[in-house]
Design a protein around this ligand. Structure first.
Ligand code: PCP
Length: 398
C-alpha cells in the first residue's frame, strides 16, 4: 500500500503518471497500424512567468533517464543553459527534440513536459534571486513548503540556479555537498533561553559547521546579536534574523541597527544572515542595508513553472505542425559573444551572428541515441558553474 501519494521511478517510466489521452492515442495508433509512424517532436517554451525574459533550463538529466531504454533519440541543450523566450527573429526556441515512433514515447510525454516545467521554474527563480542579491551567498530553505518527495529535485534546481547551498539532507547528497543550516527557534524555546541554546550548539555540533546564532526569538535583534557575540566571541560566524512578520516593520533598518551595534562593540567580523519571506523583489534592499547571507524558501521552492510544450513538427520526414507551431526539424544557434539566438532548420550547417558577426554554436546536442544515454551527464556543481558563467559572460540581467 502506497504510504505517500507519489509516483515511483517505475510508475513514471511506465506511463502511470501520463495523461490518459496519450495512452489512448498510443492504443489507437497500434490498433490502426500506425504504431511505427516516425515523428520529430520539439519542446519549446510557450511563455515565461512574471516579467522573466530568460530561463535556466533544468531537468535534462531526468529527461535522459526518462527516455533511456526507449527506441527513440533525444537532442537537447546542455542542462543549465540560459535561454531567452525568443530568438532574434522572434521565433520560439526548441530546447529539446525527440525523434522516433510516437507510439514508443507517447506514455512519457506528460512526464517529459513536467520534468522541464517545474525544475526550470525553480532554477530560474534561484538565478534571479542571486542576481538581485548581488551574488552574495544564498541558501535554499524552501523544501518545507513543498511535498517532501520532490525535495531533492527542488534543492538540486535551486543549486543549479546559483544558490550556494541547500538545507535538505537528501538534496545535498544528490548534489554532492554538505547540507546547510543554522538553528530553528525550536532549539531556543526548548532550552528556554538563547545563551544555553547557542552554547549547546557550539558544544555539540561539528566544528566545521559555521556558528550562526538565531537572534530574534525573545528580545530585540540588536540586543540578542550582541549577547551572542559576547558569548561566542571569535567562534560566532554570523547572526540570523528571521524576524516574525508582526515585528518586521522596516527590516532594512533593523539590519542597519544590528550592523551598527555589532561594529561599535568590536564585532565587525560577525556577518548578518536574514531569512523569512525573501524574494527577488525585496532581497536587494536588504543586501544594501548590510545583510551578508540569505536564506530563501518559498519564493524559489514554490517558483512559478515555465510553460513548456512538446509538439510534433514532422511526421515521416514531412514538416507538419499544428497552428501556432513551426513545422520542420530545427537546430538552435547561440552567439559566442552576445546573447543572440537563432532558430534554423536542422540541415543548416553554419550561422554567423546577425548582430555582431561572431560565430554561432549549435546548442541542441545528442542526449539519448536509440534509448542509450550518450552524454556524460555533468555534476550539479559543473552545471551551476556553467549557469553563473553564462549570466556573467552575457551580462544577463533581471
Ligand atoms: C523559516 C525558516 C526558513 C525560512 C523561514 C524560509 O523560519 O527559518 O529559513 O522562509 P520563506 O519560506 O518565507 O522564504 P521559521 O518558520 O521561523 O522556522 P525556524 O524556527 O525553523 O527557523
Amino acid at each position: 500500500m502506497r504510504k505517500f501519494h507519489i509516483a515511483s521511478d517505475e510508475d513514471i517510466k511506465s506511463g502511470e503518471t501520463s495523461d490518459v489521452y496519450y495512452l489512448r492515442t498510443k492504443k489507437i495508433l497500434e490498433a490502426k497500424g500506425l504504431a511505427s509512424t516516425k515523428v520529430v517532436a520539439e519542446a519549446t517554451v510557450s511563455s515565461l512567468p512574471k516579467n522573466w525574459h530568460w530561463c535556466v533550463i533544468c531537468g535534462i538529466e531526468e529527461e535522459a533517464h526518462l527516455f533511456e531504454g526507449l527506441p527513440v533519440s533525444v537532442y537537447s541543450v546542455r542542462e543549465g543553459t540560459v535561454v531567452p523566450l525568443r530568438d532574434i527573429d522572434g521565433l520560439k526556441i526548441p530546447v529539446m527534440r525527440i525523434e522516433g515512433a510516437y507510439a514508443a514515447f507517447a506514455h512519457v510525454e506528460t512526464a517529459s513536459v513536467g520534468l522541464l516545467c517545474q525544475a526550470t521554474g525553480v532554477a530560474t527563480a534561484a538565478a534571479r534571486v542571486k542576481i538581485a542579491a548581488g551574488w552574495k551567498p544564498v541558501y535554499a530553505f524552501g523544501i518545507r513548503r513543498m511535498h517532501p518527495a520532490i525535495a531533492p529535485m527542488l534543492d538540486r534546481a535551486a543549486f543549479i540556479g546559483g544558490f550556494d547551498g541547500v538545507s535538505g539532507v537528501l538534496g545535498a547528497k544528490l548534489i554532492g555537498i554538505k547540507p546547510s543550516g543554522t538553528m530553528p527557534h525550536t532549539l531556543i524555546l526548548i532550552f528556554g533561553n538563547q545563551e544555553d541554546a547557542w552554547k549547546a550548539f557550539d558544544e555539540v555540533i561539528e566544528q566545521d559547521i559555521p556558528r550562526v546564532a538565531l537572534v530574534d526569538t525573545f528580545y530585540d535583534e540588536k540586543v540578542e546579536a550582541l549577547m551572542a557575540a559576547k558569548l561566542l566571541k571569535d567562534k560566532l560566524f554570523a547572526v540570523r534574523l528571521d524576524t516574525h512578520g508582526s515585528r518586521r516593520g522596516n527590516f532594512a533598518d533593523i539590519i542597519r541597527e544590528v550592523r551598527w551595534e555589532l561594529d561599535i562593540n568590536g564585532f565587525k567580523n560577525v556577518k548578518i544572515m536574514v531569512s523569512g519571506g525573501l524574494n527577488e523583489e525585496n532581497i536587494g534592499e536588504l543586501s544594501k542595508a548590510g545583510a551578508d547571507i540569505f536564506g530563501v524558501g518559498t519564493s524559489v521552492s514554490n517558483a512559478p513553472t515555465v510553460d513548456f510544450a512538446i509538439d510534433i513538427v514532422e511526421v515521416e520526414g514531412k514538416p507538419l505542425a499544428k497552428r501556432g507551431k513551426l513545422a520542420g526539424k530545427k537546430q538552435v544557434w547561440r552567439c559566442r559573444s552576445c546573447f543572440t539566438w537563432k532558430v534554423t532548420l536542422a540541415n543548416t550547417c553554419e550561422v554567423k551572428c546577425p548582430r555582431c558577426g561572431d560565430v554561432m554554436d549549435p546548442v541542441l546536442e545528442p542526449l539519448v541515441e536509440e534509448g542509450r544515454i550518450v552524454k556524460d551527464l555533468p555534476k550539479p556543481q559543473e552545471i551551476r558553474d556553467y549557469v553563473i558563467s553564462q549570466i556573467k559572460h552575457y551580462n544577463i540581467t533581471l
